[in-house]
Every structure is written in structure tokens, then in C-alpha cells.
Design a protein around this ligand. Structure first.
Ligand SMILES: *[C@@H]1O[C@H](CO)[C@@H](O)[C@H](O)[C@H]1NC(C)=O
Length: 595
């Protein structure tokens, strides 16, 4: 008896000792060391921020805690790159320097003419406040400055960012999603890169402000938020009508903020949304995907009938595999939600367009579900958009993380689709949105000009779709390249999604052709967007020369587009996708990685 009593505790001690020595550290310690070794506890004790002092009307009874445990060992996203030749390296560095020069020029004009304002107008030189007046370009550019090694400018920018006043807004209605992905994401990323405590304070301050938009009866967010009413402490509730992208894309920023501050409130807020997304994912009219419009007010994410991975939905999907990467697989639901969503998207959302020489490319379209007499039918809208070009990168990340080679195959075809659309335009730049002719799945996709022309007339709602003269006239009038039935929005807003996916695919596959493709794309964009001061959007990409320029340079040009072009030509292990994960505004966050 005596010996047995002794043996049992002894074996427990042995097991515990074993566990202790084979795990890198206890869970808590492990988490702390993984987050930041420069962590300053005083930053989170500071209680003087305005938004933290606001009275909570609808308190939470039990805050959900970030899961304990060590991150899983995940497969690499990046491929192994062979050693670089001398000439390759020289070419790469020259290209990178050219991108940096373009950024530098924009930065100094912004600093001289619009510092701390949201945007510089690149033709008139005016300053504009389009994102609540908190210095969108400044905050979006912080991490780019750091990544490009512009340390003096970074220092100056951080000092200015520390002074941003979140107690006032230039907009009556604040977009909480945009504020999260740009401002909170910008501070977090710059903090992760530099460890500068001023950025952590600012991240928490922005986080406290945005969190006030979650003080609703059902704890769902107000995506278009009456800033003044919130400030006055009025009671608020979530709307019956919101865009899924603006509801479903808080998780990366909120989770990272909870991890770096040790305060679980933000993680809890994002987790409540994730639960609704998961519960209703298979109950929509297109099971697996969520419709564009949802009701946070009623917690109903399954009513509407239009589905897309593009604008208004995009980052909700994008964040599923990226959350898995961010938290080292500690929230396993994100994997199954991603796999379920992609199974549906792969089967109905992508189409191969009818084109001369039948390139094997894909475009990501939209699907309308029609529910009649208890039968649901689906209609593909062969619509393309620049914004949806991020999907290639998302599938490359998911394909690598979850070992799904078929996702990589589709990723390549989608990226080729975006590249193709750039080169097909007279100007060499992709338009904002357009329509094409989809080939039927599994059938031949041989070019047929008369089919294309009929579809051009169909798209224009013409009665007689066989009037070829009319079709030719229309094609000439709108400069439609072969295969396009309409260019619904002819502008280019300095967008980043094409180069984003080219960059991710390059890091995942090592395909060197992508370097030349990216370089050509950069030169074309630079040629047609450069102004005396900086870069401006293009008014019409269907003209072959002297495209009109727009007097707008949205903050994503310096925050996203130029950053991805720069990283395209950096060392392949710099900001490795195995250590960092980019939010939807190209702000890299440190991943939890098992060492
Ligand atoms: C939704 O359906 C898929 C099968 O298509 C399944 O794997 C997944 O677990 C389901 N999700 C939920 C929340 O039931």
C-alpha cells in the first residue's frame, strides 16, 4: 500500500517533468516570449484614453479567452529558393531601387503638401481627408517606410502618428472596417516590425475606439458608425443591413491586438462574429459561402442571394486561411470554414473566359441564387474586377497551409487571368470592372468571334443579338478588346490586388517568370500614373495613349501597391510568409510560430 501511494505521485511527477522538458515552455510563458520580448506592461495599464473611459451599455458576462496551447507546426507557405545568380541579383536590386525611388518621391510630396492628412491629391497638390482625417496615408505608409529601410523618415512618421487625435473625426459616419484594416492594422504592423511602444499605444487607442462600435445589445458591430452619437455615450445597435466584408474582417487585427496587449476583449469580439459565420455557413442559398449583404442586427448572415469573393465580401474569405497562419492553427475552425467556402467557390464562382488563342486562365465572378418553388438555381455573372485579384494569393496561402495542390493550380490560373487582363487593355492596365463570355465548365473553349459579338449585344440588352454591324460599332465605340463584352468601369485606382497575388504566388512557387511580369506591370503603371508630385489613378484604361489622370492617390498606393512591388524584388526570405501574414491592407503581422 505504502509503496503504491508513493509510486502514483512519483509517476505523475515524472510525466510532468517530461512534459516540462519537452515543451519549449509553459503555455503562458511561451505566449509571452512569442509575442514580443520588448513588451512593456505599462502600456496596457494606461487608462487615460477617451474611448476606454466611455461607459459600456451592454457589458459581456464572460469574455472568451484566447486558446491556450502551443502553436502547431504548419507546412511552409514559401517554397525553397535556389541560390541566386550574380546577374539575377543585380537586376533584382536595380528594380527594387526603382520601386523605392517611386515611393520616396510620393512620400516627400505627401510630407511637404499633405502631412498628417488622409491623402495628397497628386495633380493639384491639395490635401484631402477621406478617411476620418486621421492621416490615412501616414498610417498606411508606416510599415512600408520600415520595410524599405527609410529609418529617418520612419522615426519622423511615428512621432507624428503618436499625435493623431482619435477624439475627433472629419466624417460624421466612420467606417469601422476601414478604420480597423488601415489604421489599427497599420499601427500593429509597424509595431510588430519595430517594437516601438508609441505604436502599441496608438494601436490600443484605435482599438478602444473601434471596440465602442461593438457596444450593442447582441455585441455585433456597427459597420457605418455614428461617431458623434457614440462619443456622447448614446446607446447604439447594429444595423439590419451590412456588407459581409465589413462584418467578417475584424479577426486578424483584433486577435493580434489582444495578443500584443494581453487584453482578450478584441479577440472575444471577433470570435463572436466567427461563431455566427460558422453556424450559418451551410444555411445560405449557396451553402459554403455568405451573401454580400447580411444583418448583424438580427445575427442573420444567410438571407441575401448574391455571392462573390470580390468587392464587399473579399476579406471575410481572405482572413480564413490567414487567421490559421496568424494563430498557428490554434483556432481550428478557420481551416474548416476556409475549406468549406472554397469547395463552393471552386465549383461555381470561377469561369474560364472565351478568348482568342484560348488561354487556360480563370476569372472570379459572381453567383446569383434564385429560389423558386423550393428549388434553388444558380446563375453565374461573368463579371471581373481588379479587387477580386487577391483570390489567387489567398488560394496559394490556403493551398500551401492545408496541403491542397488543387488550390495552387487554381491560384495560378486566377493570377494568369489578372495578368492577362492587364496586357489585354490598350493601356496595359486592368480596369476596375468588366464583363466577359464564360465558357461552359468541362466544354471546349475555342475562340468564336460571332459568339463574342452576340454576347456584346446581349450585355447591352439589344433585342437582335445577331446584328453584327451593330456589335462591331459597339466594340469600336467602347474599344472593347476581343473577349470583353463591356468595360463597366474603365478607371484604375492604383490598386494592389494583382501584384499582391503575383508576389504571394512567387513566394509559394518560385516561378521566376513572375519577376519579369511584375517588372513589366510596374513600369506600365508608373508610366501612366506618374505626376509631377506623385502618382494618380488613371481615368480610362481603354485608350491607348495619354490616358487622363485622376487627382487622387488613395493611401493604398503607398501602403499596399508599392510595398508589394518592393517585396517582389527583395530577398526571398525578407518578410517571409512563414513568419509574417499580411492583412487585407498589406500590413504584415507576426505569426505565432512554433520554434
Ligand atoms: C458545412 O458543410 C461541410 C461539408 O460541405 C462540412 O465539412 C462542414 O463541417 C459544415 N459546417 C458546419 C458548421 O456544419
Amino acid at each position: 500500500m505504502v509503496r503504491r501511494r508513493f509510486l502514483l505521485p512519483a509517476s505523475i511527477v515524472l510525466v510532468l517533468l517530461f512534459v516540462f522538458y519537452t515543451w519549449p515552455a509553459g503555455d503562458g510563458d511561451w505566449l509571452k516570449s512569442a509575442i514580443s520580448n520588448k513588451f512593456d506592461a505599462n502600456v496596457i495599464k494606461d487608462d487615460k484614453y477617451f474611448w476606454r473611459k466611455r461607459i459600456t451599455h451592454f457589458p459581456i458576462e464572460e469574455i472568451k479567452q484566447f486558446p491556450t496551447g502551443v502553436p502547431l507546426k504548419l507546412p511552409n507557405i514559401q517554397t525553397t529558393f535556389p541560390p541566386e545568380g550574380k546577374q539575377e541579383r543585380t537586376t533584382r536590386l536595380e528594380r527594387q531601387q526603382t520601386v523605392k525611388n517611386a515611393f520616396s518621391r510620393c512620400w516627400s510630396s505627401y510630407k511637404n503638401k499633405a502631412f498628417m492628412r488622409d491623402e495628397l491629391a497628386p495633380l493639384s497638390g491639395k490635401a484631402r481627408d477621406t478617411s476620418a482625417g486621421w492621416g490615412a496615408t501616414l498610417v498606411d505608409s508606416l510599415d512600408t517606410l520600415h520595410i524599405m529601410g527609410m529609418h529617418d523618415e520612419f522615426e519622423e512618421a511615428v512621432a507624428a502618428a503618436a499625435k493623431i487625435d482619435f477624439e475627433k473625426s472629419s466624417l460624421k459616419t466612420v467606417n469601422t472596417f476601414e478604420t480597423t484594416v488601415r489604421y489599427l492594422g497599420g499601427f500593429l504592423s509597424a509595431y510588430d516590425l519595430s517594437g516601438d511602444q508609441r505604436l502599441l499605444r496608438k494601436a490600443r487607442e484605435a482599438g478602444d475606439m473601434i471596440y465602442a462600435a461593438f457596444d450593442t445589445p447582441n455585441r455585433m458591430p456597427i459597420t457605418r458608425w455614428d461617431f458623434g452619437a457614440a462619443q456622447r455615450g448614446e446607446k447604439q445597435e447594429a444595423s439590419d443591413n451590412a456588407l459581409i466584408a465589413e462584418v467578417g474582417s475584424y479577426c486578424m487585427e483584433f486577435t493580434r491586438l489582444s495578443l500584443v496587449t494581453g487584453d482578450p476583449r478584441w479577440y472575444d469580439a471577433a470570435e463572436r462574429i466567427r461563431e455566427v459565420l460558422q453556424e450559418q455557413q451551410n444555411t445560405t442559398l449557396l451553402p459554403g459561402m455568405w451573401p454580400i449583404t447580411v444583418s448583424p442586427g438580427n445575427k442573420e448572415f444567410n438571407r441575401d442571394n448574391t455571392f462573390t469573393l470580390g468587392a464587399m465580401s473579399d476579406s471575410t474569405y481572405e482572413y480564413l486561411p490567414k487567421m490559421h497562419a496568424l494563430v498557428g492553427g490554434l483556432i481550428p475552425e478557420y481551416q474548416s470554414m476556409y475549406e468549406t467556402a472554397m469547395e463552393t467557390a471552386l465549383s461555381v464562382n470561377f469561369f474560364r473566359p472565351l478568348l482568342p488563342y484560348s488561354p487556360d486562365i480563370l476569372i472570379s465572378g459572381s453567383v446569383h441564387a434564385n429560389d423558386a418553388w423550393g428549388q434553388t438555381s444558380y446563375e453565374l455573372e461573368a463579371h471581373g474586377q481588379h479587387l477580386v485579384c487577391f483570390v489567387g494569393g489567398m488560394l496559394a496561402v490556403g493551398g500551401r497551409l492545408f496541403d491542397k495542390p488543387e488550390h495552387l493550380t487554381v491560384a495560378k490560373k486566377l493570377v494568369d487571368g489578372c495578368i492577362w487582363t492587364y496586357t489585354a487593355m490598350p493601356l496595359g492596365i486592368m480596369p476596375e470592372t468588366f464583363y466577359m463570355v464564360p465558357c461552359k465548365a468541362g466544354e471546349k473553349c475555342d475562340w468564336d468571334a460571332s459568339v463574342w459579338k452576340e454576347e456584346v449585344l446581349q450585355q447591352a440588352n439589344e433585342e437582335n443579338v445577331r446584328d453584327m454591324e451593330k456589335a462591331d460599332a459597339r466594340i469600336a465605340k467602347y474599344s472593347l478588346p476581343k473577349g470583353f463584352t463591356e468595360i463597366s468601369e474603365v478607371k484604375y485606382h492604383l490598386r494592389s490586388e494583382a501584384i499582391e497575388s503575383i508576389f504571394v504566388l512567387y513566394r509559394a512557387t518560385g516561378n521566376k517568370d513572375l519577376l519579369d511580369t511584375a517588372w513589366k506591370m510596374f513600369q506600365t503603371i508608373q508610366k501612366h500614373t506618374e505626376t509631377k508630385l506623385a502618382n494618380g489613378g488613371v481615368g480610362d484604361v481603354t485608350v491607348s495613349d495619354r490616358a487622363p489622370k485622376l487627382d487622387a492617390m488613395e493611401s493604398h498606393w503607398m501602403g499596399e501597391t508599392l510595398k508589394y512591388f518592393y517585396l517582389m524584388f527583395s530577398e526571398s526570405d525578407f518578410i517571409s510568409l512563414d513568419e509574417w501574414v499580411f492583412n487585407t491592407k498589406a500590413h504584415p503581422f507576426k505569426r505565432l510560430v512554433r520554434s
